[in-house]
Write a protein that binds this ligand. Structure first.
Ligand SMILES: [Zn+2]
Length: 555
């Protein structure tokens, strides 16, 4: 017998077997029961979520002569002939994107159905059609014959013209939940007598990110060896990060086991893991822990606030990470940052900071030496795209804040020059290396201290430089963190950061000004009050991102 891939074999043939789209199914069934079927539908959503399967079941049920409780009977002539019915026309726009195919469709649309009540066109990947094909289709959608129904499916609704969208009843297909994926994978394994461990099932569900087709395709590949499918084999073949690994790492974070965290991060780097996949999985697991804490079913050492902060920070990291620095270095610092303030000095924390020091140095040196220009450009493009993406929604606040920051930097630079003294600089120089060992300091601040150096100082102002633009940006966005240095320095110092290049320019301007007899006088920062936007704290901003704009993808 011909081998049928699992995804096709287990394709749902009735509404009740469609997984994870309850709302859509209910609406479609209601339309059939109440005889309120529209002429055009648009199914949108990620791949493998059941759009085409649902379109077929819907088409079959519409033409069934004996619908029972919103399901096709499976016995009437129309149901029996469904697979070869001339009244069901399937078009894959990804392969037939010419105007000719649509023209043929339009010519034939006027001809009455041969057997069923309706002629049903299922157009898959409709966004792939050309503009002229869309225009041709539009004419038909505007005045469809009574017997014609169009069901269009797309993974990319943004590419479907508004003129088409406005003529369709639209249904959004959701990613399939982890639980639903797991239970379906288990069911298929049972039916197919596939020997598989529970943790491998869970991992497949994770890897397929809400898509049933991906889940069953992966299962297909793994089952072809006819050996028992275990998590180890799965990970060896697909280079993924196991859920167990994530859980152990998070336990280490909850228990403040610095060495274990460091070992795990080194392992991730050594196995060239994808940091985005890693972060997504950690966020997924943290969300599970958050629910456990709130339902009193958690027995680890995390507090709800810690979990919440980690999720926000990691999400921010994912959205705004600047790949010029090793992302795992940032992740490691972030994980460490989630610790409560330590009560006593611990030896392994010292070791840890030394390690971070080394990693940072290495990461920077490596990048500087080996990244070819072409790759750097690519990263810049990616970076720009990411920035564009992440700033799309809160753009107004961000823009305001950037303007404010720009002015603030100018003023602080001026003020620092106005009172710059060598002795102030020497004092900070002396202090800087010791700060990284101060356990009371925030881990993010420490990471800044490691990555910056003081190049000019007056009694109240200081200029920092950093090799990486990303550090400069981060430092300037988080200047408030430097307030923590006040007790260590003895008084308040206003910091700003510049790139080395920018600092060299500014230094030359300063030298010229002084040489030509010019001078600098203090400018009050209060003059910026009217520019100062309602700056949201980072956390608030992330909360807005997360909850208003679905920035976190949880499958
Ligand atoms: Zn039937």
């Amino acid at each position: 017998m011909e081998y049928k891939v699992l995804y096709r074999k287990y394709r749902p043939n009735c509404f009740k077997n469609i997984i994870g789209q309850d709302y859509t199914i209910r609406m479609l069934q209601n339309a059939i029961i109440h005889n309120k079927i529209a002429h055009s539908y648009l199914f949108t959503g990620p791949r493998g979520t059941g759009k085409t399967s649902t379109a077929k079941v819907f088409a079959k049920t519409i033409n069934c002569q004996n619908v029972q409780n919103g399901e096709a009977c499976g016995k009437c002539p129309s149901c029996l002939a469904f697979d070869n019915s001339p009244d069901i026309i399937e078009i894959d726009a990804a392969s037939n994107n010419g105007v000719d195919d649509i023209r043929e469709l339009i010519n034939n649309v006027k001809i009455a159905p041969t057997e069923g009540k309706y002629k049903i066109y299922i157009i898959d990947e409709v966004h792939m059609m050309t503009t002229s094909a869309f225009n041709a289709l539009l004419l038909t959608l505007e005045e469809p014959p009574q017997h014609a129904i169009f069901i269009m499916a797309t993974t990319n609704v943004e590419s479907v013209p508004i003129t088409i969208l406005s003529r369709c009843q639209r249904f959004n297909f959701k990613k399939i939940s982890l639980e639903d994926l797991i239970s379906q994978i288990k069911y298929v394994c049972q039916e197919e007598k596939i020997d598989i461990t529970d943790d491998a099932v869970t991992e497949i569900a994770y890897l397929s990110e809400g898509g049933m087709r991906d889940a069953l395709s992966l299962l297909d590949q793994l089952a072809s060896s006819a050996e028992k499918i275990t998590l180890d084999k799965l990970l060896a073949n697909y280079g993924s990060i196991s859920l167990q690994f994530i859980r152990e790492l998070l336990t280490a974070v909850a228990n403040r086991d610095v060495n274990k965290i460091h070992e795990s991060i080194v392992e991730l780097q050594n196995t060239s893991s994808d940091y985005k996949v890693f972060i997504k999985k950690v966020i997924q697991e943290l969300s599970t822990i958050a629910v456990q804490i709130r339902t009193n079913t958690y027995n680890g050492n995390f507090t709800y606030d810690q979990v919440k902060q980690l999720v926000f920070s990691l999400n921010d990291c994912l959205n705004k990470i600047n790949i010029q620095i090793n992302p795992f270095t940032l992740i490691e610092i972030l994980l460490l940052d989630s610790f409560d303030k330590p009560k006593e000095k611990e030896k392994n924390v010292d070791n840890y900071m030394e390690n971070v020091d080394k990693i940072l140095e290495k990461a920077q040196l490596k990048k500087k030496e080996t990244v070819p220009i072409k790759e750097q450009k690519l990263e810049e493009v990616e970076k720009e795209e990411e920035i564009k993406e992440s700033s799309e929604l809160p753009a107004k606040t961000e823009a305001n804040y950037d303007t404010y920051l720009e002015e603030l930097i100018k003023i602080r630079l001026n003020n620092c020059f106005a009172g710059a003294k060598k002795e102030n600089l020497l004092t900070l120089h002396k202090l800087w290396p010791s700060l990284k060992d101060d356990l009371n300091l925030d881990a993010t601040l420490k990471s800044f201290l490691l990555d910056t150096q003081v190049v000019a100082a007056s009694s109240d102002y200081a200029i920092l430089t950093a090799k990486l633009e990303s550090t400069v940006h981060l430092v300037n966005k988080n200047l408030a963190l430097f307030d923590d240095l006040e007790p260590l320095i003895g008084h308040k110092v206003h910091f700003i950061a510049l790139s080395e290049e920018k600092w060299n320019q500014e230094r030359q301007i300063y030298a010229k000004t002084i040489k030509s007899g010019g001078s600098y006088s203090l400018i009050s920062e209060e003059s910026l009050e009217n520019l100062k936007p309602q700056i949201k704290s980072d956390i608030e901003e992330i909360v807005t991102n997360v909850f208003n704009h679905d920035k976190i993808e949880i499958v």
